[in-house]
Design a protein. Structure first.
Lengths: 672, 351
């Protein structure tokens, strides 16, 4: 809202500078956006919050200034001289839709002389960026910017018949507005019509046909109240926003409607001549009086934390326009002014007293009670996960929660339900809430490839949105990794993540086939429960995401890590006796898996097996012992007793047990 | 031979030996010098020892003492020279020259996203002030996102254009015939537009006192540009108890801001308007002789307290909220919010 400094001073005898005023207003709730010189005037730009439509005019702002500086407020009486016949004999108003237009008033002035506005008027409008059209239109704009009540002047002669009909528009009805665009109306919009067609879009914009021109002689002055919700939806639907719609959306002062109408007529008679018809047509009875509100003085201290003198509080409320009904030592009962429909509760009065009294009086060094707070297990596990992955060279990414259809469909391992869809896309074309982080991280990989980046190692912890038929979807936190490294490299990183939250937890792998993945892929289990998926991308997968380089992705449930986490590990006695290492190189059929062989080794080795380490798999079709059907698995054992030093003979005996068991269960033979 | 003469001879020898040993460039030169001074048969020290016999008897004890001192000094300077040659001589002798300026083996570390780092810092500070982290869903119903937060249906914040509502049409609903009934009984869902929803969820389940922070992703329709993104992060604090005042709010925010900026800052309140707080304020913190916008705050509106079953005459409280991206951008001088979600590794690796 732009305010003219010169204009503002006509309502309150300000002696400060425009800058001092701006600071005071800002500290009382009208945020200062800037001040610019316009000629010898200043345009002060104020941000008006949606609860203060009364400050969308100079008088409202002047009232705030007057209260802050303790000055009187001078509002023009808007007394008009009536010389014409009764307005009812000239025109008539019928309101068919009080729900859209609770109040409509009309006055008539005949015999005006349309022409240019005087310099003082165009200058004030120019300061606040309003172009001058002609004296009549300028006056309606002037009174709007003065009082915040929108007005409209019709050329009475252009109306088809003298009657104004306020009704819901019929579907498809058209109106050419004064901006010369044609709008198609619908039944939720309020039309101001003559006997035949809409002549204005109520509360939003007038029509071109009945607009005031240089030939206009007789005027109908509209001052009305329109339903905020209907104005908002009309302006939105038509993408037609005006100074008028902006104010009606926020609500106007019901008691200010008639004042604005009189003020408008007063200025027209003064600047354009003419004869004002006697009386006003007013469609509605006086609006309901505002309910009184009680302020318990003790609430000021209770909410603000400071003592505010009860007399000072009463003075502030009165200065703001509240009517005091009664007051005693503990309470005051006031009726808020009609322009402050935001004041309906005690807390509203507390805020008024607080902001005028000044928030700078509230201390910032009171003792606040101490409370213990504990970091949640979630945060502690998340920190460990992030620490391991950054140590392993992965950068943390954050990707949007929504994806496009192309990115939603390829991978949804957690649900078969269709994804939730936003009614409008959040980002370009992306309107589906993701069911997996994998497509998002692959897209980030592609972005990085396109930028020519070489080492693209990313991870993210974020939610996926899994519709489950009930009210709210499940929001599961996932940990996703997308890497240029191999299956075993990423698997190793995940195993390190697990070890960081629980050293003894076990990661197991099961077969998993998916078109996105190559043969190197698996389903992961963590301590026997489903954990997630890991795989190298197939050729098709790479093509689908437009990737040039090989990629490995994994997505696992963060929640499972939380379930198995041992955040406070217990000390295990460090062994006192030396260990003995033994290597074994088995030749087995291709069908024998590491996990099977390792399980046999473990059970055959017994209690002295401290560690079994996978070393390598060797294949060579030309090797006579291996051929095409067999491979060798090299493993290293560490044996140790907790009761004494293990001898070489004991170690060899264990080794023999292992060899025998593997021979028996897997037809494994030692590599020659 | 007089004592003085003998002592002068020793002194000259000692200094000559020190020079010879110190200037020996290699082991061979040092060995030659050793033989010259310390040689068992014809060394100069040996010769001097013989000279001891020619000293007058009464001077002998003192001359012997001087001799021993000189001998020790010469042996010490030889040992020092030997050590000197041993320590730097080996590299010279074997293999190519060592270049200590070659870089170390690279250790490639990953980086946490700057938003995560900012959130960690903020939650850490609030944790020290006694605020525990609370969590809630990102997909919300209208009760938690609006109604309970004192945002009635008529409020502009509920406009479909101001929010990401979810489509209700369930084309693929296998329930088929029950579709119509299901559609009407199902609540309208939307992506939360603020983390205040978490306040409601916590207060609904917890009797006062409550001292929490909520943080996470929120969504508002904005065209993505350098300063706007339709998804961003908020951090929000809530304290409800008996006798909580705006002075408590100001104090907590001052401690928070001082911890974050690492120096003692002051807090300024400017009146503002939010549906879920009253009084509502914009919070500024003093910074470089000016004021920096920090976020929004206020005393929890009595309607919000009532909506979760609290009695506004029994308890009061405050809430405040901050945009994480904005703080993070200012801290690291990032000028385009879209960088956060592009995940260019050259961006991520800077933090």
């Amino acid at each position: 809202m732009l305010i003219s400094w010169d204009w503002l001073k006509t309502f309150a005898p300000l002696v400060c500078t425009p800058d001092e005023l701006a600071v005071r207003l800002m500290m009382a709730g009208l945020n200062h956006e800037g001040t610019t010189a316009v000629g010898d005037d200043w345009a002060i730009d104020l941000e008006i919050t949606s609860n203060r439509p009364d400050c969308l005019g100079h008088i409202g702002v002047a009232r705030e200034a007057a209260v802050l500086f303790g000055l009187p407020l001078n509002i023009p009486p808007a007394a008009v001289k009536v010389t014409g016949s009764a307005v009812g004999s000239i025109t008539k108003v019928t309101v068919h839709c009080p729900e859209l237009c609770p109040r409509y008033t009309a006055r008539v002035i005949r015999g005006v002389k349309v022409g240019p506005s005087p310099a003082w008027l165009t200058k004030r409008l120019a300061t606040i960026g309003v172009a001058s059209i002609n004296n009549i239109v300028d006056i309606t704009n002037y009174v709007l910017m003065e009082s915040s009540q929108p007005l409209h002047a019709f050329d009475l002669a252009k109306l088809a018949g003298p009657e104004i009909i306020v009704r819901a528009a019929t579907q498809g009805e058209k109106l050419v507005a004064i901006n010369h665009h044609t709008y198609e109306l619908d039944a939720a919009m309020c039309a101001i019509a003559d006997a035949r067609v809409p002549v204005a879009l109520g509360g939003v914009m007038g029509g071109a046909v009945t607009e005031v021109s240089s030939a206009t002689r007789d005027l109908l002055i509209e001052a009305a109240e329109f339903s905020p919700m209907s104005i908002r939806s009309t302006a939105r639907k038509l993408n037609l926003h005006s100074d008028s719609s902006y104010r009606f959306e926020r609500g106007v002062d019901p008691a200010g409607v008639d004042w604005a109408s009189r003020r408008c007529c007063e200025l027209i008679l003064e600047l354009a001549g003419g004869e004002l018809a006697e009386g006003v047509i007013d469609s509605a009875a006086a609006s309901e009086p505002l309910q009184p509100v009680t302020l318990r003085f003790a609430q000021l201290k209770r909410i603000l934390g400071i003592d505010v003198d009860s007399d000072a509080a009463r003075r502030i409320l009165t200065a703001l326009g509240c009517g005091e009904q009664s007051a005693d030592r503990d309470n005051v009962i006031v009726v808020p002014p009609t322009w402050r429909r935001d004041l309906t509760r005690e807390i509203d009065l507390v805020e008024e007293v607080a902001r005028i009294n000044g928030y700078d009086k509230i201390p910032e060094d009171v003792p606040v009670a101490m409370t213990a707070s504990t970091r949640s297990p979630h945060d502690r596990v998340a920190e460990k996960v992030r620490r391991v992955l950054t140590a392993a060279g992965f950068n943390e990414a954050l990707t949007p929660s929504v994806v496009t259809e192309d990115f939603s469909a390829p991978f949804s391992p957690w649900t078969d339900n269709p994804p939730l869809r936003c009614s409008v896309p959040v980002l370009r074309r992306a309107d589906l809430l993701r069911r997996s982080l994998v497509p998002s991280l692959l897209e980030s990989r592609r972005t990085n490839e396109a930028l020519g980046n070489e080492r693209i190692e990313l991870f993210e912890t974020a939610r996926v949105y899994l519709p489950q038929g009930e009210a709210l979807p499940r929001e599961d936190l996932m940990l996703c990794v997308a890497s240029g490294r191999s299956f075993v490299d990423v698997k190793g990183a995940l195993e390190a993540v697990v070890a960081s939250v629980h050293a003894a937890a076990e990661v197991a792998s099961e077969d998993y086939e998916h078109p996105l993945f190559a043969a190197a892929a698996c389903r992961l289990l963590l301590d026997g429960e489903p954990w997630g998926f890991l795989g190298e991308l197939s050729k098709e997968g790479l093509t689908q995401f437009d990737l040039r380089e090989n990629a490995t992705v994994a997505e696992v449930r963060f929640g499972r890590l939380l379930e198995i986490a041992r955040l406070v590990p217990k000390y295990a006695v460090v062994p006192a006796y030396p260990a003995i290492d033994r290597d074994l190189n088995f030749v087995v059929a291709e069908s024998v898996r590491w996990s099977q062989l390792a399980a046999t080794v473990r059970s055959a080795a017994g209690e002295h097996l401290e560690r079994i380490e996978y070393r390598e798999t060797y294949r060579n079709a030309k090797d006579p012992q291996l051929g095409k059907e067999r491979k060798s698995l090299l493993l290293a054992l560490r044996l140790r007793s907790h009761r004494g030093t293990l001898t070489g003979e004991e170690a060899d005996a264990i080794r023999e047990q292992i060899v025998a068991a593997c021979q028996k269960q897997h037809a494994a033979e030692l590599r020659a | 031979m007089g004592l003085a003469e003998f002592t002068a001879e020793l002194e000259a020898m000692r200094s000559a030996a020190a020079t010879a040993f110190a200037s020996a460039a290699d082991v061979e030169a040092l060995e030659a010098a050793r033989v010259d001074f310390l040689g068992a048969k014809a060394g100069r020290l040996r010769a001097a020892q013989k000279g001891l016999g020619a000293v007058a008897k009464q001077d002998k004890p003192l001359a012997g003492k001087h001799f021993n001192e000189a001998k020790q000094a010469i042996e010490a300077s030889f040992a020092a020279a030997q050590q000197r040659l041993a320590s730097n001589g080996s590299a010279k002798r074997t293999g190519p020259a060592f270049d200590p300026t070659v870089p170390g083996t690279p250790l490639v570390l990953g980086h946490l996203h700057p938003i995560t780092q900012t959130i960690d810092e903020l939650t850490d500070i609030m944790g020290r002030l006694g605020f525990a982290v609370a969590d809630g869903p990102e997909i919300e119903d209208e009760w938690h996102n609006f109604e309970a937060l004192n945002i009635p249906l008529s409020h502009p914040a509920r406009d479909p254009l101001e929010n990401f509502y979810l489509s209700t049409a369930k084309a693929a609903d296998p329930a088929g015939g029950k579709l119509k009934q299901a559609a009407t009984s199902e609540p309208t869902l939307l992506l939360r537009s603020q983390t205040s929803t978490v306040q409601i969820r916590v207060m609904e389940k917890t009797p006062p006192p409550v001292r929490i922070i909520a943080l996470g992703r929120v969504y508002r329709p904005d065209t993505a540009d350098a300063t706007h993104y339709p998804m961003f992060h908020q951090i929000e604090g809530l304290l409800i108890d008996r006798h909580v005042t705006m002075a408590d709010l100001k104090t907590v925010l001052r401690l928070f801001a001082s911890s974050y900026l690492g120096s003692d800052v002051r807090i300024r309140f400017r009146p503002s308007f939010f549906p879920f707080t009253e009084p509502s304020v914009e919070v500024d913190m003093s910074w470089n002789d000016g004021w920096l916008e920090f976020g929004g705050a206020g005393m929890v509106d009595p309607n919000v307290l009532r909506s979760v079953g609290y009695d506004p005459d029994e308890v009061s409280g405050f809430a405040f909220g901050l945009g994480v991206e904005r703080l993070c951008m200012r801290r690291h001088a990032i000028d385009d919010i879209r960088e956060f979600y592009k995940n260019d590794v050259r961006f991520l690796e800077q933090f």
